[in-house]
Ligand binder design. Sequence first.
Ligand SMILES: O=C[C@H](O)[C@H](O)[C@H](O)COP(=O)(O)O
Length: 237
Amino acid sequence: MEHDSASRTERYKREAAEAAVDRFFLPGMCVGLGSGSTAAFAVRRLAALRAEGRLLDVSGVPTSRATEALAGELGVPLTTLEEHPTLDVTIDGADEVAPDLCVIKGGGGALLREKIVAQASRRVVIIADVTKLSPRLGTHGPVPVEVLPFGWHSQRRFLESLGARVVPRVLADGAAYLTDQGNRVLDCAWGPLDAPEVLASRLSARAGIVEHGLFLREATDLVVAGPRGVEHRARPS
Ligand SMILES: O=C[C@H](O)[C@H](O)[C@H](O)COP(=O)(O)O
């Protein structure tokens, strides 16, 4: 039963990713390649289209070392923000998606590069299976916060003073999890957030906090897949 629901979720992730690539990646584009299991399906779709001789002139900026490695393995051409400071579109996953297309990202630790790439993109398409939809951000899980290793205990106390239950992210062997930039991640559970924009600006103002997983303005579109098929939603104006 559990296995069935896990494989359904994987199918929905793949369907959302493939629909988004087919609709939003166009010939000649420079694109952002997101991170995580859903975004990996998008990279695979782009590689499959290339194998059919389509989108051969599309190049991508990867949002993590893992995505860079996957794209490299599959022969997807990569570029950089130095070469292409503005990207046409980024397709990326999310951990939680609210009805206004505000999202939480960073479950895989790629939030900083993902936000840099999203903010350099004209359009940001979030791809998700239905389990990611949430009535209010914070309902499903924590907000990942990336902090410099220097003085990180002081960031932990600061986050607790804002009401979070803070769990420093660790690897299976108990060692500290480090991001691609060598920073720590503190997973901060606040529960459903009444005013995510107020929280986001307090986090952004704190020295030592490098970035947080609240993406409140970046997403322009959502492609979500579930038992009723694949649906596209544009950000409400
Ligand atoms: O840091 C990771 C990213 O923000 C992912 O896009 C997010 O965690 C969703 O990952 P997945 O598609 O594996 O659920």
